[in-house]
Design a protein around this ligand. Structure first.
Ligand code: CP3
Length: 338
């Protein structure tokens, strides 16, 4: 395990070869995933340890990536706390009782997460780790701001308008909500690390909707609390549209910062002061381009990544569902040949 290129890079020591994995590698782009999932709704699949372990392992077997990412979802710990949430195919998480007033908030935060409820997660992680051998498993959770945007809206939203209104209009309610979500996500991360995950990633996918001042005042404290729930493993912090937020996201307690496709990695590294390992940032749109076009882009991403102390190759956001899985395998082969 100590010679895992991924873990070296996450610790800031550039390994002999560039490590690579893909956000949303465990999922719909794989026919074996669709076969495993047939007849099982998303959240039931996440809570069936044998199935969650199998789906987590599929992209490692197929592509030879340098890490597994646990098959689950950012809303799973809320589900385990008894919150009324489902994942609607083609849409995303949908909440039965969106938080629109004080009574909704009181109802939500009364849903404590009983540590015993995390048993299916612990079992799935332990099964996965037992099969993975030297390949490390990355655990993950949703950052409180991104989770809050779903909870307040009741489902996916374009620009997180209601969440941003609440942050300013009702600062006390906002602190209660994000504090609750930090405890939930922190417990989810801790369960994964306890059971064998060797690194964690906090997904704040929609943090890019915030100004730096709003991020620092309204999102960072709860993200820091979630990250503080785990120790002794490298912590990655990722969002999209976060060019203005990268130092703040590092300041939340991250060892590694994930970057989306909008900002070249050398520019990201400069913004971070040159001392923080980076992860990213292949434009997911180029997965559907002809190989020579994609290869030129890979060269540029790998070259820009050399400006940082260490680099883990990844996408700028998740694998699009209609991606040809052969392209992902080819990227891994290309990366490992260099
Ligand atoms: O990266 C991985 O492969 C690990 C598994 C993983 C999933 N969701 C599985 C999943 C991870 C890390 C996530 C994180 C997640 N979930 C985020 C943060 C990362 C990001 O993409 O920005 C967010 C915002 C969610 C919420 C969510 N869950 C959305 C927006 C969707 C898509 C809905 C759709 O059908 O378009 C989901 C569902 C989901 N989560 C799927 C998977 C494999 C698809 C479920 C299916 O097969 O129908």
């Amino acid at each position: 395990m100590s010679n895992s290129p991924l873990l070296s890079a996450y610790r800031g020591i550039r390994p002999d070869r560039l490590p690579v994995w893909f956000m949303r590698q465990a999922g719909r782009s794989l026919p074996e995933y669709r076969a495993s999932r047939a007849g099982t709704v998303m959240l039931d699949a996440c809570l069936t340890p044998e199935l969650a372990a199998e789906i987590t392992l599929q992209p490692v077997r197929r592509h030879g990536v340098d890490a597994a990412i646990f098959f689950s979802d950012i809303v799973v710990p809320l589900k385990l706390a008894g919150v009324d949430v489902e994942i609607v195919p083609g849409r995303g998480p949908v909440f039965g009782r969106p938080v629109r007033d004080a009574a909704d908030l009181a109802d939500l935060v009364a849903h404590d997460l009983d540590p015993q409820a995390l048993a299916p997660i612990e079992e799935a992680v332990a099964r996965t780790v037992a099969e993975l051998g030297d390949v490390p498993l990355i655990g993950f959770a949703g950052a409180p701001f991104t989770l809050a945007s779903y909870v307040v809206e009741g489902g996916p939203s374009k620009d997180q308008l209601r969440a941003r209104t609440l942050m300013h209009a009702e600062p006390e309610a906002w602190r209660t909500l994000t504090g609750y979500l930090a405890r939930i996500s922190g417990a989810f991360l801790a369960a994964q690390v306890r059971s064998g995950a060797r690194a964690v990633q906090l997904f704040d996918s929609w943090a890019g909707a915030l100004s730096e001042a709003d991020y620092r005042a309204g999102a960072l404290p709860a993200s820091a609390a979630a990250l503080a729930a785990v120790h002794d493993v490298p912590k990655v912090h990722f969002g999209t549209g976060t060019a203005l937020l990268l130092p703040a996201m590092r300041d939340a307690g991250a060892d590694v910062v994930g970057v989306d496709h909008r900002l070249p990695l050398d520019a990201a590294s400069a913004l971070l002061g040159g001392s923080t390992p980076v992860q990213g940032n292949i434009d997911p749109a180029l997965l559907a381009a002809p190989w020579p076009v994609l290869e030129r882009h890979l060269e540029a991403v790998a070259a820009a990544g050399r400006a940082a102390p260490a680099h883990v190759l990844n996408l700028g956001h998740g694998v699009p569902p209609d991606t040809d899985p052969g392209v992902l395998t080819r990227i891994v082969e290309w990366t490992h040949r260099r």
